[in-house]
Design a protein around this ligand. Structure first.
Ligand SMILES: C[S@@+](CC[C@H](N)C(=O)[O-])C[C@H]1O[C@@H](n2cnc3c(N)ncnc32)[C@H](O)[C@@H]1O
Length: 275
């Protein structure tokens, strides 16, 4: 099924629902203000916009498809920066609330799961596709992230590009620390190290053309509490346990004025589908 601008389509596998739990409350209109405005910031988006513009000529896309593209903020920024030639701008997301905003921004929307979508759901037959994705891989969890890399590879033709900004850590101990935090917050989210992610991409059939750091996301306990339905007692308990297990002097988790703050590191990966 091919999406058309101004219309929201369900992906071929649209019946497979993604359960966002309490996190659903941050979807939609207020998404861009979450986490001190990280996902609604042109400065934050710039590095990934520049990366996509940098590979535009070899990618030569007829459609740019944002996987888990949310409110379409990233594609909006790309459009504003200017495209060398016209291309369809398509947001694939499982959340109706997020897609409501993307639709209002004039983007083509497809409701479905990144884990099971088909190329034909998001792009016209015969055209070249450039996939982008920002801050989504961790939703697949420790058991699912490699499968997701392989699934996206199967929806790309050899030589096509995928640019993604993904949370990952240079140091194993920092990844362990954030994974412990997300476990304690009762989410299934999971973060790899840079090395493990690079190897995972290669073994899923992606050639890493380049990679560079992206702005760090500062996660404040109050916002995390709202997003994951944790009350003040839960947050205090989590802080106590984290400091006991990971130390008071930790670069990615520390006490703050009104609770704690964690630091989510990101990298932008420019990948090409290998033969
Ligand atoms: C952290 S937000 C990032 C949104 C957007 N990429 C951005 O940078 O603003 C993650 C997005 O992924 C979507 N998402 C998570 N798991 C998904 C799945 N399995 N299929 C489709 N969308 C998914 C969520 O609805 C949400 O919009």
């Amino acid at each position: 099924m091919t999406a058309r601008r101004g219309e929201r389509k369900a992906a071929h596998s649209g019946a497979i629902r993604v359960d966002f739990g309490p996190e659903k409350s941050v979807h939609g209109l207020s998404w861009g203000q979450q986490h001190s405005g990280y996902f609604g910031s042109p400065e934050v988006a710039r590095a990934m916009v520049d990366t996509v513009r940098g590979i535009w000529r070899p990618a030569n896309p007829d459609a740019v498809v944002d996987l888990g593209g949310g409110t379409g903020y990233f594609l909006g920024q790309l459009r504003e920066a200017g495209l060398e030639r016209p291309a369809a701008l398509v947001v694939l997301d499982a959340s109706a609330e997020q897609l409501g905003q993307a639709e209002a921004a004039g983007l083509t929307c497809v409701q479905g799961s990144v884990g099971v979508f088909r190329r034909g759901d998001v792009a016209p037959a015969g055209g070249r596709v450039l996939y982008v994705m920002r801050s989504v891989l961790h939703y697949a969890g420790e058991q699912g992230w490699r499968r997701l890399l392989r699934h996206i590879r199967r929806q790309a033709e050899t030589g096509e590009y995928w640019v993604h900004q993904t949370a990952c850590f240079e140091r194993r101990e920092d990844a362990d620390c954030l994974n412990a935090l997300y476990g304690k917050m009762r989410t299934g989210k999971w973060y790899p190290t840079v090395q493990v992610l690079g190897e995972g991409l290669e073994s899923a059939g992606w050639e890493v053309v380049s990679t560079c750091p992206a702005p760090v996301l500062h996660l404040k306990s109050g916002e995390l509490g709202m997003r994951y339905e944790l009350d003040a007692a839960d947050l205090k308990q989590i802080q106590r346990e984290m400091i006991e297990e990971y130390g008071a002097d930790n670069p990615v988790f520390h006490a703050a004025e009104d609770g704690f703050q964690a630091e989510l590191h990101y990298r932008i990966w420019s990948c090409r589908a290998a033969p």
